[in-house]
Design a protein around this ligand. Sequence first.
Ligand code: PLP
Length: 359
Amino acid sequence: MWVADTEFPAPKPILAALQKTVDHGVFGYELPTPALKETVAARMDKLYKWKVKPESVVATTGIVSGFNIAARIACSPKKGVLMQTPVYNEFHEIKNNAGVAQLNAPLIKRVVGNIISYEIDWDIFEKQVKKVGMFLLCNPHNPLGIVFSRKDLLKMAELCIKNNVLIVSDEIHSEVLLADNSFTPLAKLSAEIAKHTITLVSPSKTFNIAGLFCGFAIIPNEELRKRFELEVSHLTMYVSSMGLIASQAAFSGKCDGWLKEMNRYLTGNRDFMVDYITKYMPNVRTTIPVATYLGWLDFTQTAVKDDPFNFFLNNAKVAFSDGKIFGKEGEGHVRINFGTSRALLKQGLDKIRNTLDSQ
Ligand SMILES: Cc1ncc(COP(=O)(O)O)c(C=O)c1O
């Protein structure tokens, strides 16, 4: 229940597109076609009425590559990258990968009963944003499952622009929406924000094709895009043909019925998980994610608060992601991946409940 991909086979139109290529049998070099860039732009229009020019789309070997490249452009050892912790572990690697400083603006945790939620600490954000070259937003947020409100997005963007800070918006989970939640890309909010933003999107989480390593940076600002593309070419980071082919099929619209069904199933899993924890493990606190298939469990009120990750790995044979890899705020927490069958989710939860009870 750890690494963030699901256990659902990719939808048939993607498998068929890949199969057709396999049958063709020629796997020569490929570049992203104009048709693919048009497909990405058309998807933004279809989902959000966000008008993106196809030439603003740059293919990358994934979202992690995308934000590391952005950090190389916008940051320096002194002007670092700002992030809202606890946050996706790869964000924490940028400082080493790109040799830049990391600054955090930890989110504030609120507790009601056994339900936890997080919100922005504006004082800290405002203080930290003055010292960085880039703000890396995770929206929807991994591991907290938050979709930031329009009001919050506008305020974050305004502070970044005021301080001449590049905004990089990692929106990899934007189509994994639970219940009736909706999503708006940050860059759609205004032309001014779009000019200062690199938006990173990908079909990889949504359609379970992460291992094909293909993502897209949407960069309306031409000067910024040229710098980004130059860095991509310096690093010779070209996307494999299978990744390009799968992405074209994924974003074509042919998989949207499958996606609707997956999101409905995941919503059921989320509700099952939150109910189970509230009923049988009331000392364990949980988020109620509105997006992603990731839950965030807080064991700080239990006997295993010091190291729940190793405790459950060793005693329950259940592997979560250790909360500490998302930042020091994650101590005593784990991330749970519920992108699996209800039966397996129940089995995992039963195991942690029984192991906790035996403490
Ligand atoms: C927020 C976020 N960004 C990026 C990634 C990985 O992206 P990629 O595999 O395209 O590099 C993940 C994977 O878990 C993620 O959760």
